[in-house]
Design a protein around this ligand. Structure first.
Ligand code: AMP
Ligand code: ZN
Length: 114
């Protein structure tokens, strides 16, 4: 845990969030400023600042996040598809320095993203 990290505080429960899923490795909660009808964040309990900081030993954890995102998408009735986004670093649009997957769905997405 990183003591000044927003998502570590949500994982610990000291900042509230609308949780939709949790297990021993990750939690999933609603984004505070949704950009689509469904906008969830899948967050590892372990503090990893960004994908750029991920290490080979964390490969199975990263895979777990993606597999759970797909399961949560199924449970959220996103049968027409969805988008998983992993913003990384300043140019990648990352604003919270705790690795997280955005799960966006419920409307058609455009490409390229902004
Ligand atoms: P990113 O810009 O990729 O780092 O994504 C950070 C996301 O966290 C943004 O979509 C924010 O809306 C979301 N966010 C920020 N604070 C909170 C919070 N307290 N609870 C839920 N989502 C949050
Ligand atoms: Zn953190």
């Amino acid at each position: 845990m990183s003591s000044d990290c927003l998502f570590c505080k949500i994982v610990a429960g000291s900042i509230p969030a609308k949780r939709v899923y949790e297990d021993e490795l990750c939690i999933c909660f609603a984004d505070l400023r949704p950009q689509a009808p469904t906008h969830l964040l899948v967050v590892p309990r372990q503090h990893i600042a960004s994908l750029a900081d991920a290490e080979p030993a964390q490969s199975s954890l990263l895979g777990h996040l993606f597999v759970k995102a797909a399961e949560i998408a199924r449970a959220s009735d996103l049968d027409h598809g969805y988008r998983v986004v992993l913003n990384t670093g300043a140019d990648g649009g990352q604003t919270v320095d705790h690795l997280h997957l955005h799960l966006l769905g419920g409307r058609p997405m455009t490409w390229p993203p902004g």
